[in-house]
Design a binder for this molecule. Structure first.
Ligand SMILES: Nc1nc2c(ncn2[C@@H]2O[C@H](COP(=O)(O)OP(=O)(O)OP(=O)(O)O)[C@@H](O)[C@H]2O)c(=O)[nH]1
Length: 604
């Protein structure tokens, strides 16, 4: 089979602010293009198409290949690479961008440029991508494409006079976008005969094929039978299949050569061997050096996950094991808690990652979970010169053994419209931020630079930022290192018993405030019992705050007058259901939700 002409390949992604129409445009592009080139159609033998029919699965692919017959009569191969859109996954985004040669910037004609538009454009430009703008949603009555065109030129400095004006929704002028992809995004470069050098930008586990590695070949060629080596992890395996993803299915092909995007499988059992950002090379003829930018991502946020029903411990372990097959950045190890029994300490990239995993465990694996307060990794320097990395507050050594502690610090960049600069600066100050500087991006926007402790931003910083800027702020951060800090463990006592799963580490200066809020929150969450329940916050054995849940007799049947037995039964059932979601701590029942209270300490 003839190799594909590099000059006919376009590797690109779509970047946009949330809701400006990225997914809709992607759907239109796929819809208006074909699956195979006419040459491939003649050559393609049916067996060659791995239709996945028998399994009926749909794997969401990070990269879709389509074929476009352009106005110049030539056929072009489009590889549309998806980029995740959250700060937790910034590293993955950067690797996806590194796999592209250009990007389409979608701007909503009724909204204009927004915070994330800029952040995404800068990220794309950082990766040397050629970016061209598209003005979307011109069908809307409020659309003002002329204004948006001027804004794109003034604010971003991208030429926009010939930006396609489209409606991704109705399909209006989509052809213009397809032509612009051909003419404005450069063809890839690279030598198909050089030693193999391919960038992994995603990998997924499939029970049938093993790990599927999505990669962009920079140099060289990979085919079935090539013995490949992952340069960072050292894993080596023979390639079983190469191909690409198009029209919802995996299609095998003979080879992937320089400039192409596709997948390879090689009976690898674990995604941890195929890390995003790693370089795939030929084991028998390796390239000199790996591609730049590889980073081993490490969990930044830890929390305990416990089955609500202790008997489901093994189910939880199996589920975590399965999820980890597909998620190299998920960490877990067994732990026990006095309050919650047997469970796992899990590590995540950030809170969104935590929420995604939690949701998947609950939905896909039908598990009821109790989650303990998430925290970052602290460094505890002991008087005996030993240093421990603390992921669970319960393991904090006795204060007499601690010489000092350090916490992780991030460098953050916040982009915001000038009218909200004041409120965002206040927010950063409240979060112990150190102001580094501010730049104006034309007159209406500012880029604030801060150093912030990670533990001040993991919970709700992003939400606070959005609400204090009416959605106009965007935010990006990067771990800078560790700094010495005055930290204490805040303990919570319910009915005078310490609940280990509610302990968390805070900065000494905010211990009192956080303790008070935590008690208030818990008071709302913990139902009344037949006796009074004191809720106390303590630091080093000293009580610093207290609330009391008053006694009451809870009688669910009281509401039922008359003798409607089925209604009574329903209520009792409901109460029983509710019980499962409670944890018994001593003689007090604490609802699962309470364990997440610490996350909501800043709610007004
Ligand atoms: N009127 C109109 N609506 C559009 C157009 N393009 C997209 N939309 C709508 O805008 C909303 C957001 O579109 P998406 O494609 O989901 O936007 P997105 O940028 O992918 O959003 P996220 O996935 O949340 O980042 C949807 O309700 C679309 O139907 C358009 O050209 N005209």
């Amino acid at each position: 089979m003839a190799t594909i002409d590099q000059s006919k390949i376009r590797n690109f992604c779509i970047i946009a602010h949330i809701d400006h129409g990225k997914s809709t445009l992607a759907d239109r592009i796929i819809e208006k293009t074909g699956l195979l080139t006419s040459r491939e159609m003649q050559e393609q033998i049916l067996d060659n198409m791995d239709l996945e029919r028998e399994r009926g699965i749909t794997i969401k692919s990070q990269a879709v290949r389509t074929v476009y017959k352009a106005k110049d009569g030539e056929e072009y191969i489009f590889n549309l690479i998806d980029t995740p859109g959250h700060v937790d996954f910034n590293y993955e985004v950067s690797r996806s961008l590194a796999a592209c040669d250009g990007a389409i910037l979608v701007v909503d004609a009724s909204q204009g440029i927004e915070a994330q538009t800029l952040a995404n454009v800068y990220l794309a430009l950082d990766h040397d991508l050629d970016v061209f703008p598209v003005i979307n949603k011109i069908d809307l009555p409020s659309a003002d494409p002329d204004h948006v065109e001027a804004e794109i030129e003034d604010v971003i400095g991208l030429e926009a006079h010939d930006a396609p004006r489209i409606s991704a929704k109705t399909g209006l002028n989509i052809e213009d976008v397809l032509e612009a992809i051909v003419h404005k995004i450069p063809a890839p470069k690279g030598d198909p005969d050089a030693p193999l050098q391919a960038l992994i930008f995603d990998s997924v586990y499939d029970s049938y094929k093993g790990v599927i590695i999505f990669c962009r070949v920079m140099e060289g060629t990979v085919k079935r039978g090539t013995r490949v080596r992952m340069m960072a992890t050292g894993a080596e395996e023979e390639v079983v299949e190469v191909g690409y993803f198009g029209a919802g299915q995996f299609i095998t092909c003979d080879e992937l050569s320089a400039g192409m995007v596709g997948y390879i499988t090689a009976s690898i059992k674990n995604v941890r061997d195929t890390r995003v950002g790693d370089t795939v090379t030929d084991a028998s003829r390796p390239c000199e050096s790996p591609l730049p930018g590889y980073k081993k991502v490490t969990p930044m946020v830890y929390c305990g996950l416990y089955p609500a029903d202790g008997a489901k411990y093994n189910d939880l372990r199996d589920a975590l094991e399965k999820l980890q097959l597909n998620d190299a950045s998920l960490f877990y190890e067994p732990e026990t808690s006095v309050a919650l029994g047997f469970g796992f300490r899990c590590g995540f990239l950030g809170l969104l990652h935590l929420e995604i995993i939690q949701e998947r465990l609950e939905r896909e694996y039908n598990l009821d979970l109790v989650t303990t307060a998430p925290g970052v990794v602290y460094r505890v320097h002991k008087t005996n010169k030993e240093m421990i990395e603390l992921t669970n507050p319960s393991n904090l050594p006795d204060p007499s053994e601690i010489e000092y502690m350090e916490e992780p610090i991030v460098s953050a960049e916040i982009m915001v419209t000038t009218e909200y600069v004041g409120s965002i600066m206040t927010l950063c100050q409240e979060r112990r931020g150190v102001y580094l500087g501010m730049e104006y991006i034309e007159t209406t926007r500012a880029l604030l630079k801060y150093e912030l402790p990670l533990n001040e931003i993991i919970y709700d910083f992003f939400d606070a930022l959005k609400s204090r800027s009416r959605g106009y702020a965007s935010f990006d951060y990067e771990l800078k290192g560790y700094e010495r800090s005055e930290l204490v463990k805040l303990d919570i006592l319910v009915n005078r018993e310490e609940v280990d799963a509610l302990s968390f580490i805070v900065h000494a200066a905010s211990a009192y405030e956080k303790g008070r809020r935590m008690c208030e929150k818990l008071k709302e969450e913990i139902p009344r019992h037949l006796f009074e329940v004191p809720i106390q916050a303590a630091v080093g054995g000293k009580i610093i705050a207290r609330e009391t849940v008053k006694a009451v007799r809870k009688d669910v049947l009281a509401k039922c007058y008359g003798g409607d037995i089925s209604r009574k039964r329903k209520l009792l059932e409901k109460q029983k259901e509710g019980k499962k979601r409670m944890r018994q701590i001593g003689s007090v029942e604490i609802p699962q939700k309470a364990f997440m209270s610490v996350l909501k300490l800043d709610d007004e």
